[in-house]
Design a protein around this ligand. Structure first.
Ligand SMILES: NC(=O)c1ccc[n+]([C@@H]2O[C@H](COP(=O)([O-])OP(=O)(O)OC[C@H]3O[C@@H](n4cnc5c(N)ncnc54)[C@H](O)[C@@H]3O)[C@@H](O)[C@H]2O)c1
Length: 447
């Protein structure tokens, strides 16, 4: 039967390849609507967790997984043979970069190679992994066509970027509009139809390339604006101006301004990574994107600035960084999430260890944290989150807030820590003992 009525009747068999931060919420939403959903992942532990009805992703509760598994609308497997029986296949696998920051498409290639021998006429493949313009047509399509089937005629192919924002209590899969670009108008229409079952609005663009660039524009916009405010934050410190006060004031303008905030750097799977995908691709066109490298340089410089700030704070107390006890609070890549990938805390800790500081950390959501990478701190080591106690705070020389989780009691922290370096103005509400707080982007307390 044609795919369109199968989607409308919620009978289309949906496969989500890659059950991570992006794929698992998507699979659960379709399963909740009654679609028969299969999750396909190469990670056997994740497959086993789903079979037990358990979640391993912060934004999806175990109750939600258990419900759809029990109802029989969702199951997971590591066997790619299931792809043969699917109507719609979403690819949600990682797109990281290499050590030298070139795109690593190996997961997308592997997923496409798994689909090719299973491809059947009428199937719709939607790539969701963030990538450079051209991936769907230049990298995925030729692999799929090794099946002997032709894209746009025998099967459908589209790209639709993901806009998941982990830890966001307001926006989720169900209330965030999506963009889609199909290989043909029919591919786009079918992808729109399936996505419309979940999202309030699906916006079609003329090609997969336009959709691929849309996602990169969104993240480059963030990276560049964060870099701008990070640079202004450093200038503010020298000028004895509080950048946080300035951002608050500028935000009273009801048009033409959008606040971005300084911090210890950018992290996660998107903002520090995706711009490089475009930077790399642009060179094929004799084009060198200056904003991307400039923003990366400024953002990646922030952990070094945090180190300078810690040194300054210790100096003010007559101490040196070497042998100092430094407690890092929050190692996730942003506050209130359980994801520490590319976290700025990693570089901050590596720089501290390289300087001879004695480092420990606390993060309520991240029990263990591995640091240590070739050029920065050669001996990789895994640190374990330690419980916050008055005694622990009091034996520190400095406490550094890197991810300012909402769950922290900042009054308590400032009361018991001898010195606080606050990289994201998390202590803004603290009234007492402000002379102990050294904030990024703000004048230092008087000596
Ligand atoms: N995490 C986010 O907030 C976010 C937001 C927007 C876009 N994205 C993009 O979405 C994509 C996925 O990101 P994520 O954060 O969900 O990654 P993730 O690492 O959390 O999950 C990816 C999953 O894919 C699985 N996988 C790898 N190769 C596979 C294969 N060949 N077949 C089946 N499964 C395979 C992995 O085992 C893993 O479970 C990336 O391109 C990322 O840039 C992520």
């Amino acid at each position: 039967m044609d795919l369109e009525p199968r989607i409308q009747r919620k009978e289309a068999r949906i496969c989500v390849m890659g059950l991570g931060y992006v794929g698992l919420p998507l699979a659960i939403q379709f399963a909740r609507l009654g679609f028969p959903v299969t999750g396909l992942d190469v990670n056997e532990e994740r497959v086993a967790a789903i079979d037990r009805g358990e979640s391993y992703i912060q934004d999806v509760s175990t109750a939600e997984v258990a419900q759809v598994v029990e109802e029989g609308t969702f199951h997971a497997t590591a066997d790619p043979d299931v792809l043969k029986k699917m109507d719609v296949i979403f690819i949600c696998v990682p797109t990281p970069f290499t050590k030298t920051k070139t795109p690593d498409l190996s997961y997308v290639v592997a997923a496409s190679e798994a689909i090719a021998p299973c491809l059947t006429p009428g199937q719709l493949i939607i790539l969701q992994s963030t990538t450079y313009p051209g991936t769907t047509e230049e990298d995925v399509l030729p692999i799929l066509e090794t099946s002997g089937l032709e894209a746009g005629r025998d099967f459908h192919l589209a790209f639709s970027p993901e806009r998941t924002n982990p830890g966001d209590s307001k926006f989720n899969v169900a209330n965030t509009p999506k963009v889609v670009g199909g290989l043909s108008p029919r591919c786009a229409e079918l992808a729109k139809l399936v996505l419309e079952q979940l999202m309030p609005e699906v916006h079609i663009v003329s090609s997969p390339r336009a959709a691929e660039l849309t996602k990169l524009l969104e993240n480059i916009f963030r990276s560049v604006n964060i870099a701008l405010i990070n640079e202004l934050a450093k200038l503010s410190e020298r000028m004895d101006i509080d950048i946080w006060e300035v951002i608050e004031a500028a935000s009273t303008k009801p048009f033409g301004f959008m606040p971005f905030y300084p911090g210890p750097g950018v992290g996660g799977h998107c903002v520090p990574v995706d711009p490089y995908y475009l930077f790399w691709k642009s060179r094929e066109y004799d084009f060198y994107l200056r904003f991307i490298e400039l923003a990366a340089e400024l953002n990646q410089g922030m952990p070094y600035h945090v180190l300078a700030k810690i040194t300054e704070a210790l100096n003010a107390a007559g101490k040196t960084l070497r042998q100092a006890r430094v407690l890092v609070l929050g190692v996730s890549f942003k506050p209130d999430v359980d994801d520490a990938r590319n976290s700025p805390a990693q570089r901050v800790i590596e720089l501290l260890l390289s300087s001879g500081a004695r480092v420990s950390y606390n993060d309520p959501r991240i029990a263990q944290f591995t640091v240590g990478r070739d050029v920065f701190y050669r001996d990789a080591q895994t640190l374990t989150s330690i419980p916050l106690t008055e005694e622990l705070m009091e034996i520190q020389d400095c406490v550094v807030i890197v991810a300012g989780h909402k769950s922290y009691d900042y009054d308590w922290i400032v009361t018991h820590a001898p010195l606080v370096v606050d990289t994201m103005n998390a202590t803004r509400g603290v009234k007492a003992n402000r002379e102990k707080i050294f904030r990024v982007g703000a004048p230092s307390p008087p000596l």
